[in-house]
Design a protein around this ligand. Structure first.
Ligand code: GLC
Ligand code: CA
Length: 549
């Protein structure tokens, strides 16, 4: 077994190049103390499940103290644990227990902004205009005679203006501060050296506690054009995304990561249109990898998938970095629902298409095929909790229970992301389906549908035809086949509408996007298929893995 082809947590070098990484959204994963909110005790009790699933690492979404305006992406203290989730001592124990099972730990870092309850933002409000405290953020006077218009035309990514006006300590209406997300998430000013020093120290704080890496939230957004020009006047270069100054920040982060023993890894969240621009962050002295969102948003179409995969492989080859394939996360509509919608639907961040008819059976079939495709492409792989159970988007959450700020900020035009964050069903026949312990006082923080009775980890674990069984088999093969994980692929022209590639040694993957069953190429053995082959033919919307020699 080579370390590169067969990433496992205890195979040292460059594990991150081909790892299968499981995303835990803590609030919704498992509730240890019965208050209806997932927590670290819950995660610790489910580590054996993750080991058996066959993943190499866990990425935890933010676990820091937070008022939870944006599910923890509004951080009040970067060096502690949210009390509803547990304690720092529990986090340290969890890191140790994961390592003992051969599972690495990646945590989320949120450097673009903090919570309005962060001590620095409170100090900035109290200190008033022109103070060094305000210079850690983007405070500006408003436009118009009385300053009642925002400083520029930037819009929040959650809807509405990206600026909110404050009341000064003397009670008068005052300056505005910038927030690319909710008004409770003020953006840091990365031109201020104190911010840079602070985050370098935060990285060390957690590396010292044994974490194996960071997922960098909004990695493209930290640096702003200091002139804060109107977007309307900015031409093709965004004044708040992909600014050149970012590369220096990540070079210094890379030095910190490299100064620790073992391979510590940095993965970027960035939604950039131009894959070559994104790859520039993956040069060898910058970040290790970045999520491939083009793959996630690709509609169900053979030519489109092939183009995305080709572009990805080519852009990453320019800088020698591995791709990181993603089918879902806590921000997007679940794949079963996406792939179950007719036509060439939009899959964008905000384009959630609630209420569009969903053929869940078709969506499930395609999600199974997509899973085998993603698992067999060269590079790393991310799996979002519940994806391995084939959960779908919950679209009928009552409005008064919705918690994502996107819903309120768009006045309901965008339903938000709660539908992919419903607490996981583990066992039993009714809510909370083992999410909370028996006899728990609290209800799950978002309601679970009754129909999940057939989709609990327990029910699926006993069913060889389930999504969970497919993920377990796929991940086990991915670990044992030396062809899979990091490496190269070679395309084959098979038949129209069939995506077909091989990987050395001796492995082929085919996905049938056409409407007809197709014959298989020469092979020695079928390793795994996402649906039953009929008369040796590969049915529509099905993927197969073959041993070719
Ligand atoms: C990222 C996160 C998302 C969060 C946003 C602001 O896109 O994935 O959940 O709302 O950043 O931090
Ligand atoms: Ca709890």
């Amino acid at each position: 077994m080579t370390a590169l082809g067969n990433p496992s947590a205890d195979s040292g070098a460059a594990w991150w190049r081909g790892a299968a990484i499981f995303q835990v959204y803590i609030r919704s994963f498992a509730d240890g103390n019965g208050d209806g909110i997932g927590d670290l005790a819950g995660v610790r009790s489910r580590l054996p499940y993750l080991r058996d699933l066959g993943i190499n690492a866990i990425w935890f979404t933010p676990w820091y103290p937070s008022p939870m305006d944006d599910g923890g992406y509004d951080v009040a203290d970067f060096r502690d644990i949210e009390p509803a989730f547990g304690t720092l001592a529990e986090a340290e124990a969890l890191i140790g227990e994961a390592h003992a099972l051969g599972i690495r730990v990646i945590i989320d870092i949120v450097p673009n902004h903090c919570s309005d309850l962060h001590r620095w933002f409170k100090a900035a409000l109290a200190a008033g205009p022109g103070s060094p405290e305000r210079d850690r953020f983007w405070f500006r006077p408003g436009q118009g005679e009385d300053g009642s218009e925002p400083p520029n035309d930037w819009q929040s990514r959650f809807g509405g203006p990206a600026w909110t006006r404050v009341t000064e300590p003397d009670g008068t209406p005052g300056e505005w501060f910038l927030h690319l997300y909710s008004s409770r998430q003020p953006d840091f000013n990365w031109d201020n050296p104190e911010i840079r020093a602070e985050f370098e120290d935060i990285l060390k704080f957690w590396f010292d506690r044994g974490v194996d890496g960071f997922r960098i939230d909004v990695a493209d957004g930290l640096v702003k054009d200091p002139a804060l020009p109107n977007l309307a006047d900015s031409g093709t270069i965004s004044p708040f995304s992909d600014q050149d100054g970012l590369h220096d920040i990540y070079r210094s982060w890379r030095k910190i990561a490299d100064s620790y023993p073992g391979e510590r890894s940095l993965v970027a969240e960035m939604w950039l249109d131009d894959m070559s621009r994104a790859a520039r962050y993956l040069r060898k002295d910058e970040l290790h990898s970045a999520f491939n969102f083009d793959f996630l948003v690709c509609p169900w179409d053979e030519a489109k998938f092939r183009t995305v995969i080709e572009n990805t492989v080519a852009a990453h080859a320019e800088v020698g970095a591995p791709a990181a394939w993603v089918l879902s996360n806590h921000d997007v509509t679940r794949p079963v629902t996406r792939y179950g919608r007719a036509g060439d639907t939009g899959f964008a961040f905000a384009d959630r298409l609630h209420g569009t008819p969903v053929d869940r059976e078709l969506g499930t079939r395609r999600s199974r095929a997509a899973a085998l495709l993603a698992m067999s492409l060269p590079g790393g792989l991310y799996i979002y909790q519940g994806e391995e159970l084939g959960l779908w988007e919950i679209e009928d959450i009552p409005d008064d229970l919705r918690q994502d700020p996107v819903f309120a900020r768009t006045k309901g035009a965008d339903p938000g992301r709660d539908g992919c964050r419903v607490p996981i069903p583990w066992s039993g026949t009714e809510s909370p389906f083992g999410f909370s312990p028996d006899g728990a006082e609290g209800e799950p923080w978002l309601p679970q549908p009754e129909s999940w009775v057939d989709y609990t980890a327990e029910a699926e674990g006993n069913d060889p035809a389930s999504m969970l069984s497919l993920y377990r088999s796929g991940l086990a093969l991915r670990a044992s086949e030396s062809a899979l994980g990091d490496g190269k692929l070679e395309w084959h022209e098979h038949l129209d509408g069939v995506l077909s590639f091989t990987r050395d040694p001796g492995f082929a993957c085919l996905v049938n996007f056409s409407a007809e069953p197709v014959p298989l190429p020469d092979h020695e053995k079928v390793l795994l298929a996402s649906a039953e082959l009929k008369d040796g033919l590969l049915p529509p919307d099905t993927a197969v893995w073959l041993r070719t020699r």
